[in-house]
Design a protein around this ligand. Structure first.
Ligand code: HEM
Length: 264
C-alpha cells in the first residue's frame, strides 16, 4: 500500500484530467477564500499600515544583506519550527501536523499531475511521502484535537463539543484519515467500499479548501508574514510602535507559566 499510487489506480476508471481539475479547483478555493478573508477582516491592510507607521520610528535602516539574513533565520527557525509555541507538546504536535500536511499535499500534487496515468509508473518515493505525510498529520492533528485544544485541556469541555473554530483542524485530520482509508480499501480490493471512501475523501477536501473563509486555514499564510515583520521591526528599532525597552533586565516572573490554567 505504501508504495502504491492510489491516483494512478483510480485513473483506470476516472480520467486523470478530472483529478487534475479537482486539485486545481481546490487551489482556486484557497485563493478565493483567502482573498474574501482578507477583505472581510481588513487584516492585511492593517498589517501594511502598521508596518508603514512603524518604519517611521525605526532608528536605523537595515541593509539588504541584514534583511535577507533576518528573513532566512525567521523562515528556518520561527516559521519552520513554529517557535512561537514554546518548547512543549503543543509545538511538537504542530510541527508533526504541519510537515505531515506539506508532505501529503506535495505527494498529492506530484502523483495527480505527473503520475496519474495508468501507463506511467510512479517512483516509490511519492506514494511513501503521501502516506507518511497523512500519518504525521493524523498524529499531530488528533493529538491536538483530543488532548491539547484549549477548550478541552484548560476549559474542561467535552472532546466532542464542536465549534466553528474546530472546522480547520477537523477537516484537515479527516481528509488525511479518509485518504488513508481509501488507499487501504483500494489496495486490499474492497470494491465498492473504496469508491465510498473516495467520495468521503473528496467531500472532506471540499470542506477543508472550500471552508477557508470560515476556518483558521489562512493562518498558514498570515503567521509567516507576521513573524518576518516582527523580527524586522525588532532589528530596525521600530519595535512595532511599542515603547523602548526599559533599562533593566527583562525579568517578568513566571506570569502565566506559574501554573496550568485549570480553574474549572
Ligand atoms: C502547512 C502549514 C500549517 C498547517 C497544516 C497548520 C496546522 C495547524 C492546525 C491544525 C492548528 C490547530 C488549529 C486550531 O486552533 O484549531 C494550528 C494552530 C496554530 N498554528 Fe498552524 N499550521 C500551519 C502553519 C503554521 C505556521 C507557518 C505557523 C507560524 C509561523 C503556525 C502557527 C500556529 C499557531 C500559533 C497555532 C495555535 C496553536 C495552539 O493553539 O496550540 N502554523 N495550525
Amino acid at each position: 500500500m505504501f508504495t502504491t499510487n492510489p491516483f494512478a489506480e483510480l485513473s483506470a476508471s476516472v480520467p486523470p484530467i478530472v483529478l487534475q481539475g479537482f486539485a486545481l479547483l481546490m487551489l482556486g478555493l484557497v485563493v478565493v477564500g483567502t482573498v474574501m478573508d482578507i477583505i472581510h477582516k481588513k487584516n492585511v491592510k492593517y498589517f501594511f499600515n502598521n508596518a508603514k507607521k512603524a518604519k517611521k520610528s525605526a532608528n536605523r535602516e537595515l541593509g539588504i544583506g541584514e534583511k535577507t539574513a533576518i528573513i532566512s533565520k525567521t523562515i528556518v527557525h520561527d516559521i519552520g519550527t513554529t517557535s512561537e509555541l514554546g518548547l512543549g507538546k503543543r509545538r511538537l504536535a504542530h510541527v508533526l501536523g504541519m510537515y505531515g500536511t506539506i508532505l501529503f499535499w506535495l505527494g498529492s500534487a506530484v502523483m495527480i499531475f505527473v503520475y496519474s496515468s495508468p501507463y506511467v509508473s510512479t517512483p516509490n518515493v511519492w506514494p511513501i511521502i503521501w502516506h507518511v505525510g497523512a500519518i504525521l498529520t493524523c498524529v499531530g492533528g488528533y493529538w491536538f484535537w483530543f488532548f491539547l485544544r484549549v477548550d478541552v485541556s484548560a476549559e474542561a469541555h467535552s472532546v466532542f463539543r464542536l465549534i466553528q473554530a474546530d472546522l480547520f483542524v477537523l477537516a484537515l485530520v479527516l481528509s488525511s484519515t479518509l485518504g488513508l482509508a481509501w488507499s487501504y480499501l483500494q489496495f486490499s480490493g474492497y470494491n465498492g467500499w473504496d469508491t465510498f471512501f473516495l467520495g468521503l475523501f473528496a467531500i472532506s477536501n471540499l470542506v477543508l479548501f472550500g471552508g477557508v473563509y470560515w476556518s483558521k486555514f489562512a493562518h498558514m499564510f498570515y503567521k509567516p508574514g507576521a513573524a518576518i515583520q516582527k523580527n524586522l521591526a525588532e532589528a530596525d528599532g521600530s519595535r512595532d510602535n511599542l515603547p523602548p525597552p526599559a533599562d533593566a533586565p527583562e525579568e517578568f516572573g513566571l506570569g502565566i507559566k506559574r501554573e496550568q490554567p485549570r480553574h474549572y
